[in-house]
Design a protein around this ligand. Structure first.
Ligand SMILES: Cc1cc2nc3c(=O)[nH]c(=O)nc-3n(C[C@H](O)[C@H](O)[C@H](O)COP(=O)(O)OP(=O)(O)OC[C@H]3O[C@@H](n4cnc5c(N)ncnc54)[C@H](O)[C@@H]3O)c2cc1C
Ligand code: SF4
Ligand code: SF4
Length: 348
């Protein structure tokens, strides 16, 4: 068995890349993990705990254990602030790493792409994001919740009494050719709404939605419970205007009354969807792979069939997915790499 001589490059230090790095090193491979940012954990490391009376299984804390495992593993070379500049294939992959002041060349036997996603930037939507202080994305609200025990309005640091969540911002939207459902954002927003109400019971929450995706174990029951506390309106608002005191006037067609309506809120949270990572196109060119493999618009086409031998993809780089799904995808990719590098060791 020659596993100790094989090296795997993992591109991306989010929960997917970290999980696969740990599994690959446990299988006996040398691992090099690269991350363009200056910290590990990707998006999951920016999320707040959504526990109310108890844990609601949001999964956010999983990533911290993974970071510690990677940092303490002697067989994983860790490269922050690192870009993949060029990849050539000879007998092995010859990879040029750009580490700011330093260019390094390494040779690896397999590459796992775990470059994740980019949250949709909603500036072009008619909701005043970037102009109205109290219009936030779900990621902004996570950061807000990590900083304060109770949610605060960015305009004046007061606690909002009326909050609206607008779902499907940047997903299921033909005007921007984003036809996919981002899968995670209904659950994310409902958990945030319940966490806010748990700590600030006077908060009135309204949910504007198309329909609610109830993926996940026990989520149907959780959703039924949420509906008792949250006002659900099945419509997507037309626009938002800001009043003099930084309140937000939301206009929408109310299907219950069959009329156009305007309602004032103290804060609006845009449930922004997931897009392929902003550097996915460049990465596909560098790796010389079909750009569709890193793009959510491919339909039922098989990603494996698009990839040359030795290159694998996992996690949210493939499609929108939760932390638990990213972990499962990383474990499965690590197994596929083992099968590729050590076929004689695999007992099926
Ligand atoms: C607002 C919000 C809330 C969420 N809440 C939840 C939740 O409560 N529960 C849940 O299960 N999921 C949640 N998610 C989804 C969760 O964030 C993803 O499932 C998870 O982050 C996917 O992990 P990943 O490693 O595949 O991608 P990412 O987290 O995107 O990590 C990818 C990493 O790769 C790096 N990278 C990108 N390109 C390169 C490159 N070329 N070279 C090197 N590094 C690169 C990036 O900098 C990043 O660190 C939420 C997402 C958002 C946006
Ligand atoms: S899974 Fe989520 S809710 Fe549960 S403890 Fe971890 S971060 Fe908190
Ligand atoms: S998960 Fe919910 S909010 Fe997100 S795109 Fe799908 S339906 Fe819309």
């Amino acid at each position: 068995m020659n596993t100790r001589q094989s090296t795997v490059l993992v591109i991306g230090g989010g929960v997917t890349g970290l999980t696969s790095a740990v599994h690959l090193s446990q299988q006996g491979f040398s691992v090099v993990i690269t991350e363009t940012a200056d910290r590990w954990g990707g998006h999951a490391a920016q999320l707040a705990c959504m526990a109310t009376d108890g844990c609601v299984s949001c999964g956010a804390c999983v990533v911290h254990g993974k970071i510690l495992q990677v940092l303490s593993h002697p067989n994983i070379q860790k490269c922050l602030n690192t870009r993949i500049e060029a990849v050539d294939k000879a007998e092995r992959f010859i990879v040029r790493l750009n580490q700011g002041q330093k260019i390094r060349q390494i040779e690896v036997d397999a590459i796992l792409v775990a470059s994740g996603f980019t949250p949709y930037a909603p500036h072009a939507k008619p909701y005043g994001y970037g102009r109205f202080a109290n219009v936030l994305t779900t990621l902004d609200l996570n950061i807000n919740l990590r900083q304060h025990t109770v949610v605060r309005r960015p305009s004046d640091a007061t606690a909002p009494r009326q909050i609206a969540f607008i779902q499907c911002v940047g997903s299921r939207d033909s005007s921007i050719n984003h036809l996919w459902c981002s899968k995670i954002c209904c659950g994310v927003s409902l958990r945030m709404a319940r966490r806010i109400q748990h700590r600030q019971p006077d908060t009135e929450i309204t949910f504007f939605y198309i329909d609610v995706q109830t993926f996940g174990k026990n989520f149907e029951m959780y959703y039924a419970d949420c509906r008792k506390q949250i006002r659900m309106i099945r419509t997507i608002p037309a626009d938002i205007l800001e009043t003099g005191d930084h309140r937000l006037n939301v206009s929408y067609f109310n299907p219950d009354t069959q009329s156009y309506q305007e309602t004032l809120f103290d804060m609006v949270v845009l449930s922004t969807g997931l897009e392929p990572s902003e550097n996915a196109g460049n990465l596909a060119v560098t790796l010389n792979i079909n750009p569709k493999a890193l793009n959510y618009t491919r339909n039922q086409e098989s990603v494996a069939a698009m990839l040359p031998d030795g290159i694998f993809i996992a996690g949210a780089a493939l499609e929108p997915m939760s932390i638990a799904e990213s972990v499962a995808s990383a474990e499965s990719a690590a197994f596929n790499i083992f099968q590729y590098l050590e076929p004689s060791q695999v007992i099926l």
